[in-house]
Design a protein around this ligand. Structure first.
Ligand code: AOF
Ligand code: ZN
Length: 373
């Protein structure tokens, strides 16, 4: 029997909506929502709300409060797990509950999943269906960090920057404060609270002396701060280093960094990560491999243009979020969003898979996806 647009679709859409409520709370685990229903009637719903806490499927089944679930369907935004992790396998809970059918919106590409749970449920005689098309894509987009990390071991990277109408991120003298307005900056602080790590290059760290923390109400967890600083020259007096005992700071250096400098950074509470590779983009990959191995699934890259260019050359920018302010600057030496090697021809350009635009006070927020996982 395929998926029914009138009953199955709304329940899957609801499961995806529920999953969203875990944003910023469950990483490195995925956002997952679930609904138990009989035809149009919802019997219980739930979502994954805390790392190490019950999975969405168990929450939704528990919400049915012992009701008879024969003939009922469980809708989940991600295929159910069958492994013993921080919690017992969801497949056990589903079989015990006695639902007849399981409908999932998206696959789980991690090694311990990849269809195994669905196979077990089918073997036990349940009807199992996986969505396709728009619902599948929506469910996958919800978990891009989880999916990229599961498939590559590296974090999902979103480049965030503010630019003028003519694409400049700073004046010819390097002044960049403030291009975007207050409302845009508040939005960017919210994104910081939703990612595992925030990164800048040493140029930006020296010019702006940022803290890179999320300064908004109700932040469940601060992101780790990462500075790409190949020679290890981040000053011990910088706000980043001074805050290292409160919010973790990782300084990414190359092998060329001086041991005295890296020891001083370590002594001040920073973590030092040595990125190997002959050029900047190879070192970006090496750093991302190591951050990924350390549980970083999402990284908000906040510039500057040189580091962003190295990420682009490495093929490691997955998404762009550009605040475009109603300003025109000009200036041949005023820097643009992305440096790096760049393409020779328009046909060398990376094509976005999707673009979007939102008005935020007097700015425009332009979002683009470059890769989907
Ligand atoms: C979740 N929440 O609702 C579902 C998940 O370490 P554990 O036991 O929490 O298991 C995490 C894995 O379980 C996760 O990577 C994913 O493959 C699977 N499903 N995880 O955190 C959920 N349904
Ligand atoms: Zn599970």
């Amino acid at each position: 029997m395929g998926l029914q647009t009138d009953t199955d679709w709304p329940h899957l859409a609801r499961a995806i909506e529920l999953a969203e409520q875990g944003r910023g709370l469950v990483s490195p685990n995925p956002l997952v929502g679930a609904v138990v229903a009989r035809d149009a009637r919802i019997l219980g719903e739930g979502f994954h709300a805390s790392l190490g806490g019950p999975h969405a499927e168990r929450e939704a089944l528990a919400a049915c409060a012992g009701a008879d679930l024969s003939g009922a369907t469980l809708y989940v935004s991600l295929e159910p797990c069958c492994h013993e992790g921080k919690t017992p396998p969801c497949t056990d809970a589903i079989l015990e509950a006695g639902v007849q059918r399981v409908v999932v919106a998206s696959d789980d590409p991690s090694e311990k999943a990849s269809g195994r749970g669905l196979g077990i449920l089918r073997d036990e005689g349940l009807e199992v269906e996986v969505a396709d098309g728009d619902i599948l894509r929506r469910a996958r987009l919800l978990n891009q960090p989880f999916r990229k990390h599961a498939r590559t071991g590296r974090p999902h990277v979103t480049l965030k920057t503010a630019m003028t109408l003519d694409g400049k991120v700073a004046t010819k003298t390097g002044d960049s404060r403030w291009i975007s307005d207050e409302a845009s900056r508040a939005r960017a602080h919210r994104w910081r609270a939703e990612v595992d790590a925030v990164a800048v290059g040493i140029g930006t760290a020296l010019a702006d002396d940022p803290r890179l923390t999320a300064r908004i109400d109700a932040v469940a967890r601060q992101p780790r701060r990462v500075v790409f600083d190949s020679t290890g020259r981040l000053p011990l007096s910088s706000q980043l280093v001074r805050g290292a005992h409160d919010v973790p700071l990782i300084v990414v250096v190359s092998r060329a960094a001086n041991r005295i400098d890296t020891d001083a950074l370590t002594g001040a509470g920073a973590g030092v990560l040595v990125a190997a590779g002959a050029n900047e983009h190879a070192r970006v990959r090496s750093a991302l491999d190591q951050l990924g191995a350390d549980g970083v699934t999402s990284l908000l890259l906040e510039g500057g243009p040189r580091l962003a260019g190295a990420f682009l050359d490495a093929g490691e920018i997955d998404e762009l979020r550009l605040f475009m302010a109603p300003l025109v600057l000009g200036g041949r030496s005023a820097r643009g969003v992305l440096e790096g090697t760049g393409g020779e021809r328009i046909s060398d350009a990376v094509s976005a898979t999707d673009i979007d635009c939102e008005r935020i006070d007097s700015d425009l927020l332009l979002s683009a996806r470059l890769q989907e996982w």
